[in-house]
Design a protein around this ligand. Structure first.
Ligand code: NDP
Length: 331
C-alpha cells in the first residue's frame, strides 16, 4: 500500500465520529401524563424495568389545569400538578427509571427500536410505549396565556364546573367546540359560541343539538381580539365582527376548542395515523402496526381525551408489552 493511500485511510478514520454507545432497555415509555405513568406502574410491577422519559412538559397537560375533580379516588379534588406528582411517586416506588429528556427521533424499522433522546443519547428498546399526548391548539393571544388556568381553559369537562351558573364563551366551530358548548350549557347560565366563519364545521347532528339549546348563543363571523380581566380572573371577551365592529361579551370563562395536535411527528414514518396524526391502534388494544410498539393516551385518542381514559389505556399498553415480551422471551 502506498504512503498516500495509508494517509487517506488514517484521515478517514480520524474524521469518523466516535460511535455513540446505545443503552439497551426492555421497556421504554415516552411521556409522563396519566397514560405514561400508569404504563410505568404496571410495567415496573411486571418486572419489565421500564425507563420513562418525561418529555417537554413533565406531568403532561394536567399540569396546566388547576383543580381536577373527576379523577376517581380524590373525593375532595386535587390540583393537576399535585395529582401528577402522585402518579410519578407511584411509578418511582416500583422502580421505574424516570428521566428528564425529550425523544427527538425514532427508528422503528426493526426491533430493538432506536429512540434518540435530546438529539444525542440513543436508546435501544425491546418494546416501546408511546404516551406522548396531544397539545391543545390556542389562539396565540397574549391575554389568552395571561389568563390560562384563571379563566381560560381548553377543557370544558375538566374546568366547566367552576363556572356553574355563570356566562362563558367557547371559541371554535368543529365537533369539539359543539360538544364543549353543549356540556357547558348544562352547567352555565349562558354559553356564547364564537365562530370565525358564517357556518359551523361540526357534524349536522351536533349543529342541531347546539341550535336546540336555548342558552347557547352562536356568534358567526366573530373573531376573538382580546380576553379582558384583572387579578380576579376573566370578565369579558372583546370580539370583532365581519363589519369590523367591536363587540364585548361579559363572560367569566373562555374555552378554546379549536383542535388538538397529537404529538406523534417523530413516529409518522413508521406508524399508521389518521389524517390529523392520531396513532391508530388495533380495536380493543394498544397495538400499533409495528409489533412491539404500543400507543396509549391522547396520542391515540381523539375522542375521550380524559385523564382516567388515558390511565386506562396506559395500563393496557403495559399489559400488551408484557405479553409481547413474554411471547418473544426477551431476557
Ligand atoms: P376541527 O379541526 O374539526 O375544528 C376546529 C375548529 O376551530 C374549526 O371550526 C376552525 O375554524 C376553528 N378554528 C381553528 N383555528 C381557529 C382560530 N385561530 N380562531 C378561531 N377558530 C379557529 O377540530 P375538532 O377538535 O373540533 O375536531 C377534531 C376531530 O375530532 C374532527 O374530526 C371531529 O369530527 C372529531 N370529533 C368528534 C366528536 C364527536 O363525534 N362527538 C367530538 C370531538 C371531535 P374553521 O372551520 O374556520 O377552520
Amino acid at each position: 500500500m502506498s504512503m498516500f493511500k495509508k494517509m487517506e485511510l488514517s484521515e478517514e478514520k480520524s474524521k469518523k465520529q466516535p460511535e455513540k454507545k446505545a443503552e439497551k432497555v426492555k421497556c421504554l415509555i415516552i411521556g409522563s401524563g396519566p397514560a405514561g405513568y400508569t404504563a410505568a406502574i404496571y410495567a415496573a410491577r411486571a418486572n419489565l424495568h421500564p425507563v420513562l422519559y418525561e418529555g417537554l412538559q413533565p406531568g403532561g397537560q394536567l399540569t396546566t389545569t388547576t383543580d381536577v375533580e373527576n379523577f376517581p379516588g380524590y373525593p375532595d379534588g386535587i390540583t393537576g400538578p399535585e395529582m401528577m406528582e402522585d402518579f410519578k411517586k407511584q411509578a418511582a416506588r416500583f422502580g421505574t427509571d424516570i428521566r428528564f429528556g425529550l425523544a427527538t427521533a425514532a427508528d422503528l424499522s426493526a426491533s430493538p427500536f432506536k429512540i434518540t433522546i435530546d438529539n444525542s443519547k440513543e436508546i435501544h428498546a425491546d418494546s416501546l410505549i408511546i404516551a406522548t399526548g396531544a397539545t391543545a391548539k390556542y389562539l396565540g393571544l397574549e391575554s389568552e396565556s395571561r389568563f390560562m388556568g384563571s379563566g381560560v381553559s381548553a377543557c370544558a369537562t375538566c374546568d366547566g364546573f367552576f363556572y356553574k351558573n355563570q356566562d362563558v364563551a367557547v371559541v371554535g366551530g368543529g365537533d369539539t367546540a359543539a360538544e364543549e358548548a353543549l356540556y357547558l350549557s348544562g352547567i352555565c347560565r349562558k354559553v356564547y359560541l364564537i365562530i370565525r366563519k358564517d357556518h359551523m364545521r361540526a357534524s349536522v347532528v351536533m349543529q342541531e343539538r347546539v341550535m336546540n339549546k336555548k342558552n347557547i348563543v352562536v356568534l358567526y363571523e366573530h373573531v376573538t381580539r382580546e380576553i379582558v380581566g384583572d387579578g380576579n380572573g376573566v370578565s369579558g371577551v372583546l370580539l370583532i365582527n365581519s363589519k369590523g365592529e367591536e363587540v364585548m361579551i361579559d363572560v367569566t370563562g373562555f374555552f378554546v376548542a379549536i383542535g388538538h395536535l397529537p404529538n406523534s411527528s417523530i413516529f409518522r414514518d413508521y406508524l399508521v395515523t389518521d389524517e390529523v396524526g392520531y396513532i391508530k391502534t388495533m380495536p380493543g388494544s394498544t397495538k400499533t402496526n409495528v409489533d412491539g410498539v404500543f400507543a396509549c393516551g391522547d396520542v391515540m385518542d381523539a375522542h375521550y381525551r380524559q385523564a382516567v381514559t388515558a390511565a386506562g389505556t396506559g395500563c393496557m399498553a403495559a399489559m400488551d408489552a408484557e405479553r409481547y415480551l413474554g411471547i418473544r422471551d426477551i431476557p
